[in-house]
Write a protein that binds this ligand. Structure first.
Ligand code: SAM
Ligand code: SF4
Length: 371
């Protein structure tokens, strides 16, 4: 009897936290640690908060991973510069523009260009020209997000003026010490620089997105709670985050024994998404591809607990195998058209609608007061 009463108390405490509007670090840790009935309550609350604040629509962003050439050496990433076991590729400008056209004709509303990080005047000019061309052929109507790493303010401005209006740059971990364990200790992989880049993007006027990897080696639940607080304090407009998945040709692979099982990483990623949705009600949250690498319907499960953006991969199939950031990257054998039909059905099963032809901009961007 006493036990039943304790359980009831515990449940009501959990409910009290869920119904708050301001969350302490301890509250966030409690939400992130939820299991059983508490976890169900967390997911149900996140779904409700999402529907009340950003609606039931999921927006598509056709994703082109146009090159795996990278100047950096992040310890977790399969396309890092020092990995000699992959074929490097670089789509032509025409192939990228054709992919944008495909997104446009498929009524996706938005397009994402992502690649390894290159910083050079030639790369800046190349991307600028591609952006202008995409805007031209779609009559300015295709929304464009870019995710091309750390660049100078001038480069960010040129790309913004050429038509990109959203930028995704994950902080990877907001904890400086953990960040240091995930990257070489040099000027190219500097935490402060990454943070400065995020501030610059915001200043220029991009809808600014960040994110972290979840269940990394050496990462604790406190780190993840701090990541959510970082996103809130930074007042981000969009977040893309997913589980860390090890890659055998990376330095971090050595620490795989300390990782929690993939299924638990996946579950933790869902709790991160749900908790973030409750803390930052009107932002855009993307269901990361890494979720799908663990669970074939992982992204749809994320949509059920707070995510509202999906980035179908529209990179030409023959190149996908070479953009392997981690093990089991999904859909590497498919062509863009294959992904469209399977995804549509699954989104509807996730109790959501698809916002075809809409940009689906971050509501938070238009409502936030800090610039
Ligand atoms: N080069 C750009 C950058 O780093 O911002 C954009 C491309 S990078 C491949 C995109 C994201 O992939 C990174 O921000 C990182 O979070 C994620 N990523 C890399 N390796 C990963 C891994 N092993 N598991 C999960 N996500 C990974
Ligand atoms: Fe390059 Fe981005 Fe991978 Fe780092 S995460 S190695 S910058 S592609």
């Amino acid at each position: 009897m006493l036990k039943a009463k304790n359980n009831a108390n515990k449940m009501s405490n959990f409910n009290d936290i869920l119904n708050k509007t301001e969350f302490s670090k301890e509250d966030i840790i409690t939400l992130l640690s939820a299991t059983g009935d508490d976890e169900k309550l967390l997911f149900a609350k996140a779904k409700k908060v999402k529907e009340e604040n950003v609606g039931r629509k999921v927006y598509y962003r056709g994703l082109v991973e146009f090159s795996n050439v990278c100047e950096k050496d992040c310890y977790y990433c399969g396309i890092r510069k020092s990995n000699k076991n992959i074929d490097r590729f670089n789509l032509t400008d025409n192939q990228i523009v054709a992919a944008a056209k495909f997104a446009w004709e498929s009524n996706y509303g938005s397009f994402v260009m992502q690649s390894g990080e290159i910083s050079s005047p030639a790369f800046t000019a190349r991307v600028e020209n591609i952006l202008k061309e995409i805007k031209k052929i779609t009559d300015g109507k295709l929304g464009i997000t870019i995710s091309l790493g750390e660049q100078t303010e001038d480069t960010y401005r040129r790309w913004f003026n050429a038509g990109a209006h959203r930028y995704l740059l994950r902080i990877e971990s907001s904890n400086r010490e953990l960040y240091g364990k995930l990257h070489p200790n040099d000027n190219l992989h500097n935490y402060d620089n990454r943070l400065e880049c995020l501030k610059t993007l915001k200043k220029i006027g991009y809808q600014t997105g960040t994110g972290v990897m979840i269940a990394l080696p050496f990462q604790t639940i406190e780190h993840l709670a701090d990541d959510i607080i970082f996103m809130r304090n930074f007042d981000v407009d969009m977040v893309g985050m997913g589980p860390y998945i090890e890659h055998p040709d990376t330095p971090l692979y050595e620490f795989r024994e300390g990782l929690i099982p993939e299924i638990d990483r996946f579950r933790l990623a869902l709790r991160m998404i749900a908790t973030l949705r409750i803390v930052m009600r009107n932002i855009n949250i993307a269901a990361a591809t890494a979720l799908q690498a663990i669970d074939p319907i992982g992204r749809e499960k994320a949509v059920k607990v707070g995510a509202n953006i999906i980035m179908p991969n529209i990179t030409p199939g023959m190149y996908r195998n070479s953009y392997k950031l981690y093990n089991n990257k999904p859909c590497v054998d498919e062509e863009p058209q294959d992904c469209v039909s399977c995804l549509d059905v699954r989104i509807k099963l996730a109790d959501a609608e698809i916002g075809y032809g809409e940009w689906g901009d971050s509501k938070h961007f238009f409502e936030r007061t800090h610039f």
